[in-house]
Design a protein around this ligand. Structure first.
Ligand SMILES: *Cc1c(COP(=O)(O)O)cnc(C)c1O
Ligand code: SF4
Length: 337
């Protein structure tokens, strides 16, 4: 692991706050920077009004100027294809509302672990996001709702792992996170804390000393799962953030979504696994796309997905091979493909 990188000092608190205030939300800013015309990329104001453009400046700077098919650009671009209705693609593809959402802020589908929706907002809007239509307004995740969520967890002693999710849980302040971690650690049957987040990849300045202390200053065993889909997302600053996370002893994993036009290519997937490992993270899952309305153009069919997975299994060491899975509403776990 890159120890030399890990020794770089952590960024000050102010940096990530500034980055979060300075998100790119206008097509003009994005396309001017990339020197592209709206029609070259199929920009759709209507798609952007359904689910607004949102991308951190730092992430934008990792895109290749002049390339309308840049794999980072395609993850955030509101395009015309999103408006096409596709059969089988709906607002809640993986069954997160209803019985899986027993009360605001909790998604409990699998044995022994559940999601705690720490906040409804994200620092980036990924066009393929399966929660792009999630009723966040019914799941405000305000601190006033945490006591009820914590009571739910305390009342069910089969729950050994709590997963901070969202939105992006690391949009919350260190103080709020520390408070939640402390309250979870006070529930005897909770032994593991997991954080699902994209922030260390998109705004690596978020990984401050104070954040890491908030997450690890308890008896809970802690694992972080970041979310990256392409090796171009992982520059030296991101690698340095991973290094800081690893220095705490936290396990660091990555999950990706298989996305047509972005990473549905064996060389691209293999490069991602190798880059992740050099930066300090192990590949965990490669998800088939959840069939959410507006994202049909990212879909890779199952037989191609399997062929790609077989192909990368012949060039990667076993520990760099992510599990190919899909989410099926009502299934007791993610389903291996
Ligand atoms: C993905 C997910 C988990 C975690 O599943 P693992 O297979 O343990 O990574 C837990 N709860 C919900 C609702 C999920 O969607
Ligand atoms: S960071 Fe995750 S939750 Fe947020 S928009 Fe992207 S995929 Fe969705």
């Amino acid at each position: 692991m890159p120890d030399i990188i890990a020794l770089a000092p952590a960024p000050p608190e102010a940096d990530w706050r500034a980055a979060l205030r300075d998100l790119v939300t206008s097509a003009d800013t994005l396309l001017d920077y990339l020197q592209l015309q709206p029609e070259q990329v199929g920009w759709s104001p209507q798609a952007a009004s359904d689910f607004p453009l949102r991308v951190p400046r730092d992430f934008m700077r990792r895109m290749v100027i002049g390339d309308p098919a840049d794999p980072l650009l395609l993850q955030v671009l509101a395009g015309r294809q999103e408006l096409l209705a596709s059969s089988g693609f709906g607002p809640d593809p993986i069954g997160e509302t209803g019985t899986a959402n027993p009360q605001p802020g909790i998604i409990h589908k699998y044995h022994g672990r559940l999601l705690l929706l720490v906040t409804g907002s994200c620092a980036i809007h990924c066009r393929y996001c399966f929660r792009r239509h999630f009723p966040y307004s019914d799941n405000q995740n305000s601190r006033s709702e945490w006591p009820a969520a914590l009571q739910y967890i305390a009342a069910d002693d089969s729950i050994s792992e709590v997963i901070f999710s969202g939105g992006d849980p690391l949009v919350a302040s260190d103080r709020q996170l520390a408070e939640l971690v402390g309250q979870l650690a006070a529930i005897p049957h909770v032994t593991r804390l997991r954080i699902h987040t994209r922030l260390p990849v998109i705004i690596p300045q978020r990984v401050t000393d104070s954040l890491l202390e908030a997450l690890t200053d308890s008896r809970l065993a802690t694992v972080m799962v970041v979310h990256s889909n392409h090796a171009n997302e992982i520059d030296e600053e991101v690698a340095a953030a991973f290094g800081r996370i690893r220095k705490t002893g936290m396990v660091l994993l990555n999950q990706s979504v298989l996305l047509a036009g972005i990473n549905d290519n064996a060389a691209v997937l293999a490069a991602l696994s190798e880059r992740l490992f050099l930066a300090g993270a192990l590949p965990y899952y490669l998800h088939l796309l959840d069939k959410v309305a507006g994202a049909a153009h990212f879909d890779v069919d199952e037989s191609r997905a399997k062929a790609l997975h077989r192909e990368i299994s012949t060039v990667l060491p076993g520990y760099l091979l992510p599990k190919l899975v899909r989410e099926i509403a009502g299934a007791p776990a993610k389903v291996p493909v």
